[in-house]
Ligand binder design. Structure first.
Ligand code: ZN
Ligand code: ZN
Ligand code: FE
Length: 746
């Protein structure tokens, strides 16, 4: 990758080991020639992998003996042009420990400088204007390095050798605090002190970060958090928080060693950590959630603010709910003016918006929920090189897209839901940018089969040699195969809200046997109509009513159950007519809708304010209890079709008996668990395959996923969870890309 300091590292190491020779980048990677004693060369080889810079990735090392040339010096040779083209752009990276040390060292010339960075840390992807990655082509071009900075930049032995964003108090960017009430703007250290004071007073601050603005309040201040929610129109969705250290996080969370490793990784993602009861964080930060989404500081400015004595600050994306994050100073003032009381900005421009990444822990595995800062645009390796450059445009919700060049897939950062003009603009803008940075000219465009997805419409507008339509759940499973380098065929369990099927109906509880080229569907949940289509997503009561109608017929309208009673009786009559005649009631086998319905039956979340909320809250209600409801296919021979009606009747009986909803929720989850086991066993019996890939947003449900993992492993399956892209629709573009590569290869 470019700009991660690998060549200077090799240079320093070779000199330390008293070796002569050279290092250069070529199109296959890094080539090093060494001349010296065998022992010194062995020492070098050993240290090479152990001490490599944090941002470098060594895939493999090959060694070859060459004739000695009596060399006496070690040099960095200029790279070949071809090599420049093949090198990869590094993601942005959290401030390293060395830089944090200097930041708080009063004798250092960068003491408290908010833009301190080095070759091992700092911005990359968000400041690159064009290819190749070099200072004049970054947003640092307007700052001319002072002689001290330039000397570091030019010295191969220095930690800041070729660190493109290198800067200091004398020559680099600065921070400014703007208060819209006309207060004179304060600068730098004063701005940091004033910002901390405003936060302590309960004010809302917009803070410019690496990939956009955050909206911030003191996370221990209930009133301030409530005001932020009101102004941002965000009712219930948990807010991310930032805390100064692991020690502080342990005062309100119970992080496992896996959580702690993720929290302190160079990517510094938001990690979903179990709450510790009775901690100091305001209840409204993550109401009715078992977790806090928490992260550590990742820019020097964050470190400076957090050291002002905060336990935690809310750090939520600087946007109106459902819009992309703001990056520009003027844009922030315009779009966030109604939300923030003051703006802590700076004059290093951000060229691409990128949200914080989010990672959950399932068992001991890290499962991404949102892949963005710190990860994009790093590539994921495909099993084989593709014949063409490919663009895969992804799904409609939680969109990412993906480029393919040779054997690398480059998934974009999380773009989000494409249903607003501003989001669609963001989608097209990042496509153009990445296309330039990666030097690709796609002749193959892959897209979802759903005709109404805006990403599909974009794909069809864009001319190409081949347009490849990919079934949604096939893409889900193949993305998991790519991440784990699985060849051949696998059993795929794809459980999600909605995906367009090859038969034109809505799928979402799928047992597939899948390879890179094709798939077969061996089982599913019997479809239930969605009266009013997507209106069922907003109103789980409607969906519950439809499930009840399937189980009880017209008698459903008279059941003494809260979702039925919440629907006015006139509307119930209309719903029954719609369901009887099949008017505007597309059948769906989506597992998300099943969760919504059960959630409504248990009164868990009748008025969801964000996507997936009923299912998420249903999970948090689940007790650790063993029982399950009947959810059986009529035959064990594929295709297995699971009828939900007996389960619904059993759950309704439990409600009638006054069984606690914690127990009913657990029994429901256990039924889905047993469906997953039966599906896998039937697929193994039919095909002999024993590898199972789990994908779809439902596998963000920790209760279910951990149990499926355990039960299938116990039965001898090898089970694969996502580990680089999310199980939700953020993974679709990667799957589309790999399938299109396979289908367009010779
Ligand atoms: Zn550093
Ligand atoms: Zn300087
Ligand atoms: Fe999906």
């Amino acid at each position: 990758m470019q700009g991660v300091g690998f060549r200077p590292f090799v240079y320093r190491l070779a000199r330390r080991c008293s070796l002569a020779g050279w290092v250069l980048n070529d199109s296959r990677g890094v080539e090093i020639e060494l001349e010296g004693s065998q022992k010194d060369i062995d020492d070098f080889a050993e240290s090479l992998e152990r001490e490599a810079p944090p941002l470098a990735r060594i895939a493999s090392v090959t060694r070859k003996r060459v004739t000695p040339l009596a060399e006496t010096e070690f040099v960095i040779r200029p790279s070949q042009v071809e090599a420049e083209k093949a090198t990869l752009i590094s993601p942005d990276c959290a401030t390293c420990d060395d830089c944090v040390g200097e930041l708080f060292d009063p004798s250092d010339r960068r003491y408290r400088y908010p833009f301190i960075n080095c070759t091992n840390c700092g911005p990359r992807y968000t400041i690159i204007r064009d290819f190749p990655y070099d200072r004049p082509l970054t947003t640092m071009s307007k700052f001319k390095m002072c002689s001290a900075c330039q000397a570091e930049y030019d010295d191969p032995a220095d930690r800041r050798f070729h660190a493109q964003p290198n800067a200091c108090w004398d020559c680099g960017p600065g921070v400014t605090l703007l208060q819209p009430d006309g207060t004179v703007p304060s600068k730098n250290d004063d701005a940091v002190a004033q910002s901390a004071r405003l936060l302590r007073e309960g004010r809302i601050l917009a803070i410019k970060g690496l990939g956009g603005f955050h909206l911030s309040v003191d996370a221990t201040d209930e009133k301030a958090v409530a005001r932020l929610r009101r102004r941002k129109f965000r009712e219930a969705k948990p807010l991310a928080i930032m805390s100064p250290s692991l020690e502080t996080i342990r005062t309100f969370c119970r992080p496992s060693p896996t959580h702690e490793k993720l929290l302190t990784s160079v990517q510094r993602p938001i990690v979903l950590c179990p709450k510790l009861p009775g901690g100091p964080i305001a209840e409204s930060v993550a109401p009715r959630s078992r977790n806090f989404g928490v992260m550590l500081p990742y820019t020097p400015l964050h470190h400076l603010i957090m050291r002002e004595g905060f336990v935690a600050l809310v750090m939520t994306s600087g946007n109106q709910t459902d819009e992309p994050i703001a990056i520009d100073n003027d844009e922030a003032l315009r779009r966030l003016g109604g939300i923030a009381d003051a703006f802590l900005t700076h004059d290093r421009d951000i060229l691409t918006r990128i949200d914080d990444s989010v990672i959950a822990v399932m068992g001991d595995s890290a499962v991404p929920v949102r892949r963005a800062r710190g990860f994009a645009p790093a590539p994921i390796e495909l099993p084989r090189p593709a014949d063409h450059h490919i663009l895969a445009v992804g799904a409609e919700g939680k969109n990412t897209f993906c480029f393919v060049r040779d054997n690398f897939a480059f998934p974009s950062q999380h773009i989000g839901d494409l249903d607003t003009p501003i989001a669609l603009g963001f989608f097209e803008e990042v496509i153009e940018r990445l296309q330039k940075l990666l030097q690709v000219e796609p002749s193959v465009i892959a897209h979802d089969l759903h005709p109404a997805y805006l990403s599909t419409a974009y794909a069809k507008r864009r001319p190409a040699q081949h347009h490849v339509g990919v079934q949604h759940h096939h893409a889900h499973i193949v993305s998991g195969m790519v991440e784990h380098s699985l060849e051949g065929e696998v059993i795929g369990l794809a459980l999600d809200g909605t995906g367009y099927g090859t038969d034109g109906t809505i799928w979402g509880s799928e047992l597939l046997v899948a390879g890179y080229r094709d798939f077969r569907r061996l089982g599913w949940l019997k479809p239930t109509p969605m009266p009013g289509g997507d209106r069922c997503v907003e109103s789980p009561d409607r969906m519950a009513f439809s499930f009840l109608y399937s189980a009880y017929g017209t008698a459903a309208a008279d059941l003494k159950l809260s979702p039925v009673e919440r629907i006015p009786s006139d509307d119930r009559i209309v719903l029954v007519q719609m369901l009887e005649k099949g008017i505007n009631s597309p059948p769906s086998s989506g597992m998300g809708r099943f969760f919504d319905a059960v959630s409504a039956l248990l009164d868990v979340c009748p008025n969801p304010s964000f996507d997936g909320q009923p299912a998420i809250e249903l999970e948090f209600f689940a007790d650790d209890e063993k029982g399950a409801y009947p959810l059986e296919p009529p035959s064990e021979e594929p295709p297995l079709v699971f009828d939900p009606s007996p389960l619904i009747r059993a759950a309704v009986n439990d409600i009638g008996k006054g069984i606690p909803r914690e127990v009913i929720s657990a029994r429901f989850h256990n039924s889905i668990l047993s469906m997953c086991v039966k599906m896998s066993l039937a697929a193994r019996a039919a095909t002999g395959l024993d590898r199972v890939v789990l994908s779809g947003g439902v596998f963000q449900n920790q209760y279910l996923t951990e149990r499926v993992l355990a039960e299938l492993s116990e039965r001898g399956f090898r089970v694969y969870l996502h580990n680089q892209v999310p199980p939700n629709d953020g993974c679709i573009s990667l799957g589309q890309a790999a399938i299109a590569a396979e289908r367009t290869s010779e």
